[in-house]
Ligand binder design. Structure first.
Ligand SMILES: [Zn+2]
Length: 100
């Protein structure tokens, strides 16, 4: 476990996650939708290329906490099967996301 998400804020670009150490990260719906970790989008469980996702703009309709370890997002295309663990989100934040 790297970090816990303390709170979630809705921002114009998508959502802002506030981490326990005081940092925050903005993610757009499109960014997260394209990195959906679910079995439909990643049929080979992390091996090989993820399934191409149509190049559209995706909004986040809702974000539901899953236990104390993950978030489930509902996207504007209705897709809601991705469970984004805090570990995964933190890795995205440190990598391609914009950590501030
Ligand atoms: Zn998915």
């Amino acid at each position: 476990m790297y970090q816990q998400v303390k709170s979630i804020e809705r921002v114009e670009a998508g959502i802002r996650l506030h981490w326990q150490d005081g940092k925050s990260t903005d993610f757009s719906g499109t960014f997260l939708r394209k990195r959906c970790p679910c079995a439909v989008c990643r049929p080979t469980a992390g091996h090989g290329e993820p399934k191409p996702i149509p190049n559209l703009n995706y909004q986040i309709k809702a974000a539901h906490p899953v236990g104390w370890y993950a978030l489930q997002f509902v996207f504007s295309d209705g897709h809601d099967t991705g469970i984004y663990t805090y570990d995964y989100l933190w890795e995205l934040a440190r990598g391609e996301g914009s950590l501030s």
